[in-house]
Every structure is written in structure tokens, then in C-alpha cells.
Design a protein around this ligand. Structure first.
Ligand code: CAA
Length: 403
């Protein structure tokens, strides 16, 4: 649907697609096997000026926004979902600074991320705090001009390659989620170590690590925004803006798997004709194509809403994430089905899409959390959404839901 994109959007799509086809697709299977990070891909993204598009211009970014971020992630993920998320996580890690950092923090940390010279990761989840993000236990206690961080983070995507981390910790443990603050922590800070790397099902090029903080002392200048207590709101606002990136990763995976399904079913012959010419298969392909297009429009709409500066983006971001990632799981599973036994084997490129897709329903808020967020928004909007029905109710004297 290029017709609905601007010239600038199309330019990003084309450049990202070129990087994906030239530098990502040829090495995707190898990165999946070895778990190595695609440093050459990062160089190609830098050369193509595709890094940091979501970062404001005054801090070295392109300032073009979340839709362009999504378009780039989608193209990268068509070739490799792990590369797609490795790129997108830089947005997740830097939105806290964009949204809540002081001028000094923005001037120091955003330009190297914008240029791709520095990678940033996002440290919120912990062993006992996943969906219930407000229950985190890592502490950052003020001591003179410093804060001393103690605790443990889990599921840190890009943990093994990032040089800067946004970390959420309790500065006032008695206050629960109201006592959460955010910090910018540099990799070489004494007391901070990047720990165990997870042996993940998919996105294997992305280094997903634990982070350990043992009496890790950071100067008070690393407290995000210079004030305590706004960490939970900052992390929620960050996730609202980053979720379209994961949705775009899912979209790219669905599109990539679909293209393979089209190709394979048009080449494979059974019962004297191509598999694709069987109506049962055509119906599956038709559903896949329709679901992908519906997901694409929702993801782009949620990104456009964020770029418009709208205040309330939570529901749309959650809708785009839940729909695109459920679509990716369904489409990649159907693609494996269409490859038959070959689809189940690593000799063929399709099973990786299904493995990569699974995590998109889990991270940056499980799809159960997204539905919770959407449900709460509907409850808040109930009056606005339904009060015009009063007129109709008057014509139905027996209408009485309480009866
Ligand atoms: N924007 C601004 N403020 C928000 C907000 C939003 N979207 N959502 C909530 N808040 C505010 C509320 O207004 C409330 O403030 P007040 O108390 O002042 O009224 C406060 O935050 C608490 O909100 P809730 O009562 O809604 O909090 P909750 O505990 O009931 O649940 C939740 C919130 C939506 C379930 C939240 O915990 C959540 O999103 N959980 C999922 C966490 C998540 O996505 N983790 C992924 C981590 S990143 C990752 O996956 C790794 C990776 O590297 C890719």
C-alpha cells in the first residue's frame, strides 16, 4: 500500500529494504545458528543513514518519527526478526531519555545513539516482575552525590551489545511503584555487570541478558530528568511509543513468511498440480494476505497517532501490538503448515519465522497485558462510546439489562 505513504516514508522503505536484502537476508540463517550480533548490518544501516530516525533533529536524529521507525523495522524483519528487534530496541531504550531526560542527558546520550555509534538497552523486567512491572525490586538509594544501585534485571534485549542502559529502580522502596525512578547507566560502571545470556527459541542474533547491580554507584546526574519518582509513568509512556516497533517486527515476520509460502506453494507439486492451485491452500493464502494487510494498517495508524503528538496513544499502541503479533504467530504457523514436513526442518528457511514470531506476543507487554490495557481504556471511554444509544433505548421499553 505504497499509495498511502509519503515520499519520505517510501524512501525509508526502499533504503531499509536494500539493507535487508543485501546485508541481512544472506546472513540471517548463520546469525540464527551462531547467535552473533550483526555488526556489519549495523554498519550498513549507518551508511544508509537509517539509525536514530525517531530521535529529534536537535539531538542528531532524523526526527522523522515512529512511522519511519516501523517501516525500517518491518523491512529488516522480513529478512530476520532478530535483526529487526535489535534495531527497534534502541528506540525502546532511548524513548525514556527523549521523554524524560534533562537537556544535558539528551545532549550527552542521544547523538551517539542517533548515529548508531552507541547502542542502548532498556532495563525494566526482573525475575519476579514481568507483567506486573510496578512490583520491581531493584533499589537505587541516595548516598551523598550518588545513588547506589542493587538488584537484578532480566530479559534485557541487546544487553550483551549495548553500551548504555536505561534502568528502572526504587529510590523510595516504601512507596511501591510511586517510588520508581529511572537511571542512565553506562556499561563500564563499577558494580554493574551484564550477566547470563538466555538461550532463546528465536531472535537468536539478539543478545538477551540478565543485568546484575552490586553496590553500583552512579552520580546523581544519571537520575533521569533529575527528579525522583516519575519512573513508572516514564516507563509506561515509553512502552506506548515503543510497542509499534514490536508490532512492525511482527508485521515484517508475517510478510516475510507469507512471501516464502507463496513461493513454495507455487513451486511444489502434489496430485499433478501446484499446491497453490488447490482451493484449500488458496483460501489459507487469502486469509494470510488479508490479515497481514489489516495488521499493517493498524500498526501504521498507531505510529501516525504517536507522530501526530496526540496525548492518548495507549489504546491504539496496544491494539496494533496485539493484532500484529497475533497475526504474525498465525501467519508464520500457517506458512510452516504449507511447507508440510519441510516446514518443520531447519533445512528450510520457514521455521525460523515461527520461532522469531513467538516472542512478539510476549515481550514489551504480553498480549494479555495489551488486552488488559485496551479493556481498561474501553471502560474509561464507556460513556463517550455509548451515550448516543439512549435515544434508541427509549424505543425499546423492555430494554433492561439489570432484569
Ligand atoms: N501512560 C502514562 N501513565 C500511565 C500509563 C500510560 N500508558 N499507564 C499507567 N500509567 C500510570 C497510571 O495513570 C497510574 O498513575 P496514578 O497512580 O498516578 O493514577 C500508574 O501509572 C499506575 O497505573 P496502573 O494502575 O494502570 O498500573 P498497574 O500496575 O495496574 O498495571 C500495566 C499496569 C499496564 C499492567 C503495566 O504494569 C504494564 O504495562 N505491564 C507490562 C510491562 C511490560 O510491557 N514489560 C515489557 C518490558 S520491555 C521488554 O519486553 C524487554 C525487551 O527488551 C524487548
Amino acid at each position: 500500500m505504497r499509495e498511502l505513504l509519503s515520499e519520505q516514508n517510501i524512501d525509508y522503505v526502499e533504503r531499509a529494504r536494500e539493507v535487508a536484502e543485501k546485508y541481512v537476508r544472506p546472513v540471517a540463517a548463520e546469525l540464527d545458528r551462531t547467535g552473533e550480533y550483526g555488526w556489519d548490518i549495523l554498519e550498513a544501516l549507518k551508511s544508509a543513514e537509517l539509525t536514530g530516525v525517531w530521535i529529534p533533529k536537535e539531538y542528531g536524529g532524523k526526527g522523522t518519527g515512529v512511522l519511519d521507525l516501523c517501516l525500517i523495522v518491518e523491512q529488516l524483519s522480513r529478512a530476520c526478526g532478530g535483526v529487526g528487534v535489535s534495531y527497534a530496541v534502541n528506540a525502546l531504550g532511548s524513548f525514556p531519555i527523549i521523554l524524560g531526560g534533562t537537556d544535558e542527558q539528551k545532549e550527552k546520550y542521544l547523538p551517539p545513539i542517533a548515529s548508531g555509534d552507541s547502542l542502548i538497552a532498556f532495563g525494566l523486567s526482573e525475575k519476579a516482575s514481568g507483567s506486573d512491572a510496578g512490583s520491581l525490586r531493584t533499589t537505587a538509594i541516595r548516598d551523598g552525590d550518588d545513588y547506589v544501585i542493587n538488584g537484578h534485571k532480566k530479559w534485557n534485549t541487546n544487553g550483551g551489545v549495548a553500551s548504555v542502559f536505561t534502568i528502572y529502580a526504587l529510590t523510595e522502596p516504601d512507596k511501591g511503584m510511586r517510588g520508581i525512578s529511572a537511571f542512565i547507566v553506562e556499561k563500564d560502571t563499577p558494580g554493574f555487570t551484564v550477566g547470563k545470556r538466555e538461550d532463546t527459541m528465536g531472535i537468536r542474533t539478539a543478545s538477551v541478558n540478565e543485568l546484575d547491580f552490586v553496590d553500583c554507584r552512579v552520580p546523581a546526574s544519571q537520575l533521569l530528568g533529575g527528579s525522583e519518582g516519575g519512573g513508572f509513568r516514564n516507563t509506561m509512556m515509553t512502552l506506548d511509543r515503543a510497542r509499534p516497533g514490536v508490532a512492525a517486527q511482527a508485521l515484517g515476520l508475517a510478510q516475510g513468511a507469507f512471501e516464502w509460502a507463496l513461493r513454495y506453494t507455487s513451486e511444489r507439486r502434489q496430485f499433478g498440480q501446484t499446491v497453490m492451485s488447490h482451493q484449500a491452500v488458496q483460501f489459507m493464502l487469502a486469509d494470510m494476505a488479508t490479515q497481514i494487510e489489516a495488521a499493517r494498517q493498524l500498526v501504521y495508524a498507531s505510529a501516525r497517532l504517536i507522530d501526530s503528538g496526540a496525548k492518548n496513544v495507549t489504546k491504539m499502541a496496544a491494539m496494533g501490538k496485539v493484532f500484529a503479533t497475533d497475526t504474525a504467530m498465525k501467519v508464520t504457523t500457517d506458512a510452516v503448515q504449507l511447507f508440510g514436513g519441510y516446514g518443520y526442518c531447519r533445512d528450510y528457511p520457514i521455521e525460523k519465522y515461527m520461532r522469531d514470531a513467538k516472542i512478539t506476543q510476549i515481550y514489551e507487554g504480553t498480549n494479555q497485558v495489551q488486552r488488559l490495557v485496551i479493556g481498561r481504556a474501553l471502560t474509561r471511554e464507556l460513556k463517550e462510546l455509548t451515550e448516543h444509544l439512549d435515544v434508541t433505548v427509549e424505543h425499546f421499553p423492555d430494554y433492561d439489562p439489570e432484569s
